[in-house]
Design a protein around this ligand. Structure first.
Ligand SMILES: CC(C)(COP(=O)(O)OP(=O)(O)OC[C@H]1O[C@@H](n2cnc3c(N)ncnc32)[C@H](O)[C@@H]1OP(=O)(O)O)[C@@H](O)C(=O)NCCC(=O)NCCS
Length: 188
């Protein structure tokens, strides 16, 4: 991995419009099927993060990115604090060079700094093995109801099984309650 990569952890209110544009440009490349979300300065798709982990090259081009936001979710009727984690991406030209691993190591440090019991994320079958390799726990039978991202902004509830992972941070994986997960909003 290049020594020219600069890593930063940035709070949402410290981001400028050019920062949002630089992040959105990379997200549009990393998620080509969803590039219509990441137009101009729109550097998020569902819930706006509160904190980001960002890698840039010497010219300020964004090479890797994660967004995190703390939120309470209902799990089997219990309120659980999570660091919802999403917008995980490495610029296509840099994928497979170890940046994703570094990104997730830094993400874990941010979650530890936020002192959340768990990191939480939902992903497709294709990328589940990446997160498991990074130490996240796949909850095989977890069923989550969340507000889907829609182009017109309507928050319609969807329920999905599969692809839900947690990272034990201040809690252990065994402390995650049994039962269906109610996200009660959108994901990062
Ligand atoms: C998924 C993604 C973030 C991984 O980043 P990356 O820089 O390519 O990953 P790295 O090169 O650092 O790989 C880290 C480790 O994960 C493994 N890995 C990477 N992608 C993998 C995948 N899809 N399945 C299984 N393992 C994977 C690598 O083999 C490597 O293992 P090792 O360090 O133990 O040898 C990146 O490919 C990406 O941005 N993809 C497009 C956007 C996306 O799908 N994001 C996730 C959706 S929520």
């Amino acid at each position: 991995m290049s020594d020219d990569i600069r890593w930063e952890v940035v709070e949402e209110s410290a981001l400028s419009l050019p920062d949002h544009e630089a992040i959105a440009a990379m997200l549009g490349q990393a998620f080509p099927d969803w590039s219509h979300w990441y137009v101009g300065g729109r550097s998020w798709s569902g819930m706006q993060p509160e904190r980001r982990v960002i890698a840039r090259d010497a010219d300020g081009v964004v090479l890797a990115h994660v967004g995190i936001r703390r939120m309470f979710v209902g799990v089997g009727g219990e309120d659980v604090l999570i660091g919802d984690t999403g917008l995980v991406a490495v610029a296509p030209a840099m994928q497979g060079t170890g940046i994703g691993r570094e990104l997730m190591t830094r993400t874990q440090s941010v979650l530890e700094g936020l002192r959340v019991p768990f990191g939480f994320l939902g992903t497709s079958e294709r990328t589940v093995p990446f997160y498991v390799r990074m130490g996240w726990h796949l909850m095989d039978d977890a069923v989550t109801t969340f507000s889907a991202f829609t182009a017109d902004g309507a928050g319609v509830s969807e329920t999905e099984q599969g692809g839900w992972l947690i990272l034990p941070v201040t809690a252990t994986a065994e402390e995650w309650p049994e039962g269906p997960i109610w996200l009660n909003g959108q994901q990062v």
